[in-house]
Write a protein that binds this ligand. Structure first.
Ligand code: LLP
Length: 385
């Protein structure tokens, strides 16, 4: 069974569960992102929600990326990690007043505005501070991302963005507001998108939206496509860097860029998923009547994706090369949804074996909780062990 390479001897003295980040893979991924986006002069704002670990953030900032934030906490974390304020975009349907103030006080690059109501409040705050806030309208492009329902965002029934049919009204409102300036349009159709044709539809829809704006005599300087590029959870050892080349090429081929217009992206998962693994230990092997359970010391408190989205994560026993057997791999949390995988092929599991849950760098550590009074997981880095 092909496995990732891990410093297993070093792991043996670290209390489990913990997150382990392969920093050279992270750097290689970032170099690829840079090379492929630089080909077209595209701007990349890393979606901090995917992983806000301070060390990971500061490495990403080193590569000159901007940050895509969805809360005041993320803005603070990004600034602390070294992302320049003028490369921070701030999205989210429910920006609280203090978060709007924080963005204004730091002169962030852009507020991705999701409703008329928010635009009015942002205008009020900017007026109080005697500033002009730069805004991009997040438009709901009504493009089906063909991904998991809980991570689809670009459809009419989702809470995100301004519906296309309402755009005219929001533009009329904009004319009456003196402290907000429209600099861009933004959209994000969902996450873990592996069917590249969804991005084709998005680029084409953006052309249509721009034509609608043209008719109103509006040309925006910035177009932002959000994030969404998926990763291969089944083959983290072969396909550890997502196809950034194909991804950016779709937009280059299809988007009708206006003179001087700048194009932006907000990838999260594709940047960090493959460099992270959750390392856990087998506590017990329980022989059930019909199946065997490998009971780990990690649960959905450390990695919630399988319980929350039925997500698949590759699971490897990194302690031995014994013949494989089938196990339901479960955690210790008192909920029946605390299952990482059913009928998982693992090298024979024994108490104390180390188990790696792969592709956990995105929406892993950052979504951990203290349910059952558990401790938040600690992280270790390949270049510091
Ligand atoms: N931009 C916006 C406006 C977003 O809402 C998101 C993700 C991104 C960018 C980054 O998307 P990415 O490149 O990572 O697909 N917790 C879920 C994923 C939630 C994604 C939310 N929005 C999961 O574990 O699958």
């Amino acid at each position: 069974m092909l496995k990732g390479t891990f410093p297993v001897e070093k792991f043996k003295v670290i209390p489990t569960p913990f997150y382990y980040y392969d920093i050279s893979l992270l750097r290689e991924t970032l170099e690829t992102v840079k090379t492929e986006s630089d080909k077209y002069g595209y701007h990349v704002h890393y979606a901090v929600k995917a992983n806000a670990n301070p060390r990971i953030l500061s490495i990403i900032a080193e590569y000159g990326l901007g940050a895509d934030c969805v809360s005041g906490g993320e803005i603070r974390a990004s600034l602390a990690a070294g992302f320049p304020a003028n490369k921070i975009v701030f999205a989210g349907v429910g920006k609280a007043d203090w978060e709007i103030e924080l963005g204004l006080d730091n002169d962030i690059f852009c507020f991705n505005v999701e409703s008329a109501a928010e635009l009015e409040i942002l205008n009020e705050w900017a007026e109080k501070k005697n500033k002009i806030a730069s805004v991009a309208f997040r438009i709901n492009p009504e493009v089906d991302a063909r991904t998991h329902a809980k991570i689809t965002t670009g459809m009419k029934e989702n809470k995100f963005g301004i519906n296309l049919s309402m755009l005219g009204q929001v533009l009329d409102l904009l004319k009456t507001l003196k402290h907000v300036k429209l600099i861009g349009i933004h959209s994000h159709i969902g996450s873990q998108i592996t069917d590249i044709s969804a991005f084709r539809s998005l680029a084409i829809r953006m052309n249509e939206i721009q034509e609608e704006l043209d008719q109103r005599g509006i040309t925006v300087e910035h177009v932002n496509f959000g994030g969404g590029l998926g990763v291969d959870y089944y083959h983290p050892n072969h396909l550890s860097i997502p196809p950034f080349d194909d991804y950016f090429a779709v937009f280059h081929k299809l988007l009708q860029v206006r003179p001087g217009q700048q194009v932006h992206f907000e990838p999260g998962r594709s940047v960090v998923a493959q460099c992270g693994s959750l390392i856990s230990k087998v506590l017990y092997v329980k022989e059930g009547e019909a199946k065997k359970f490998a009971i780990l010391d990690a649960g959905f408190t450390e990695l919630i994706r399988p319980a929350m989205y039925d997500a698949y994560h590759r699971i490897e026993n990194i302690s031995n090369d014994d013949p494989v057997e089938f196990y339901d791999v479960v955690g210790p949390i008192c909920e029946s949804s605390d299952v990482f995988g059913k009928e998982v092929e693992l090298n024979k599991a024994h108490r104390g074996d180390l188990i790696a849950l792969r592709s956990a760098g995105a929406y892993g550590e950052v979504m951990a909780s203290q349910y059952n009074c558990r401790q938040l997981p600690v992280a270790y880095y390949s270049d510091e062990l």
